[in-house]
Design a protein around this ligand. Structure first.
Ligand code: NAD
Length: 434
């Protein structure tokens, strides 16, 4: 393909050299004439292991050259300019919007179908809210019809960027239309990575979810490390073994947006470790705010129910997770407590919980927290749907599907994403965080 790459910085120069190496015909554009001179003389404008070799051979083979201004558009443009922070933390989109203005002007006189592919990191909604309107206004053409627009975030890491280009975790293509997505997918033909075709905003958000998680991982490891040091424990040994758990620790487990955590271990153990750190004068700002964040999720759930305007609430699921009858610190119990305190009429159904069979600490907890639980518990789903005005899904169960489906009569507030693809109806359905 004929590829124009705007920005010959860390992302642009690696992308340009690697795409040229794969046989594409690449023009790199950078307003910095120093970088343009370097590229054209086969030298890397940045320090990046392995880059200079492929850049040099791409320039020598005539597949890569650089200019300070784009003159014509080929098949696809990749926008790789910087998106630095403003003082208030917002993104400075100046470089991206300036390039898109140039692109819009060139699109005016381009007859073939050209795809503007955004690789710079931009916050969700930027492509649809600012970039497409700008391209359409300047070009006088329609996105998705006269030209294509994609959001194709970059996942390379500086210092291993060339290797990452050839073997990224995935290739994400957010697109307005299939034709543009096909062009971008074609660009990475042969790159060893799963291709994820998604809506534009999902593509924008994936990048932020990834980087936020990476940042969180570093801070988490450091907080554990700081506490370990104060305790005289070898943090590296702890984290090395921690990382061997691919079942719960480094795995998709617990990574599904939904309701608060609970049960007999997580709240208790987070409380204990935060208390221990306080005694040792070790600050744990992230771990120390975990329980507050969890509590806010219960508040959020309550407000979603309140906003339905219904006062008779059917709660489906009481114990802290499916196939368990443990009620201790179940967020479902905390939610019911809140609803009752606010005067709601609550009925509850959970096939995992038989009040007459629960014992010990479990029994003591529920009797202390919800003394009238036996009058709220129903023995069948039908009893709950018979008296409720809104259903709250706190557990995944096949049994709940008919009530929550498109044919269901009652409004539904869903904490568990009962249907993997989200709602099967638009009216009367609310997911807690989707
Ligand atoms: N650095 C990384 O490892 C990395 C990884 C993934 C994503 N990103 C994202 O990719 C984007 C680019 O990051 P970077 O680190 O490569 O930035 P950078 O600052 O290194 O490079 C940006 C380049 O764009 C050029 N430029 C600015 N305005 C221009 C214009 N109007 N026309 C042509 N060129 C122009 C600049 O001269 C500069 O060379 C950012 O949004 C960043 O968040 C960066």
């Amino acid at each position: 393909m004929k590829v124009t790459i705007f920005g010959m910085g860390y992302v642009g120069s690696v992308t340009a050299a690697c795409l040229a190496d794969r046989g594409h015909e690449v023009t790199g554009i950078d307003s910095d004439s120093g970088k343009v001179l370097l590229v054209n003389s086969g030298q890397s404008p940045i320090m990046e292991p392995g880059l200079e070799e492929i850049l040099q051979s791409a320039v020598a083979a005539g597949r890569l050259r650089a200019e300070t201004k784009a003159k014509t558009l080929g098949d696809i443009s990749l926008v790789c300019v910087g998106t630095p922070s403003n003082d208030n933390g917002s993104l400075d989109l100046g470089q991206v919007l300036r390039v898109c203005e140039d692109l819009g002007n060139m699109l005016k006189t381009t007859d073939s179908y050209h795809v503007a592919n955004i690789r710079s990191t931009v916050t969700p909604g930027t492509v649809e809210g600012q970039i497409i309107p700008l391209l359409e206004r300047v070009s006088g053409k329609q996105a998705g019809k006269d030209f294509g627009v994609c959001m194709n975030p970059e996942f390379l890491r500086e210092s291993t960027a060339v290797r990452d280009f050839y073997k990224p975790p995935f290739t994400v293509v957010g697109a307005l239309d299939t034709q543009s997505a096909n062009v971008v997918a074609g660009l990475y033909d042969g790159v060893d990575a799963p291709l994820e075709r998604v809506p534009l905003r999902v593509a924008e958000m994936i990048k932020y979810a990834c980087n936020s998680f990476h940042a969180l991982k570093v801070v988490f490891a450091n907080e554990i490390g700081n506490l370990c040091k104060a305790l005289g424990v070898d943090s590296w040994q702890v984290m090395e073994i921690f990382c061997k758990d691919n079942k719960l620790n480094l795995s998709p487990y617990y990574m599904k947006p939904g309701f608060a955590f609970g049960g007999s271990c997580l709240p208790k153990d987070v409380r204990a470790i935060v208390h221990l750190a306080k005694q040792l004068d070790v600050e744990l700002p992230v771990l120390g705010s975990v329980l507050a964040s969890n509590q806010l999720q219960i508040e959020r759930a309550y407000h979603l129910i309140r906003r339905t305007g219904k006062t008779k609430v059917g709660v489906l699921g009481l114990s802290f997770k499916a196939e368990s009858d443990d009620l201790r610190e179940s967020p479902n119990v905390a939610l019911i407590e809140r609803l009752i305190g606010k005067g709601y009429q609550v009925s509850v159904y959970d096939s995992d919980v038989t009040l007459s069979s629960i014992r010990g600490k479990n029994k003591a907890f529920i009797e202390r927290t919800l003394p009238h639980i036996s009058s709220l518990m129903k023995s069948s789903l039908a009893e709950v749907t018979g008296q409720a005005e809104v259903l709250v899904l706190c557990k995944k169960s096949k049994e709940f599907e008919a009530a929550a489906s498109a044919d269901g009569q009652l409004p539904v507030v869903d904490f568990v994403r009962l249907f993997p693809n989200g709602a099967t109806r638009t009216a009367g359905y609310e997911g807690i965080c989707w």
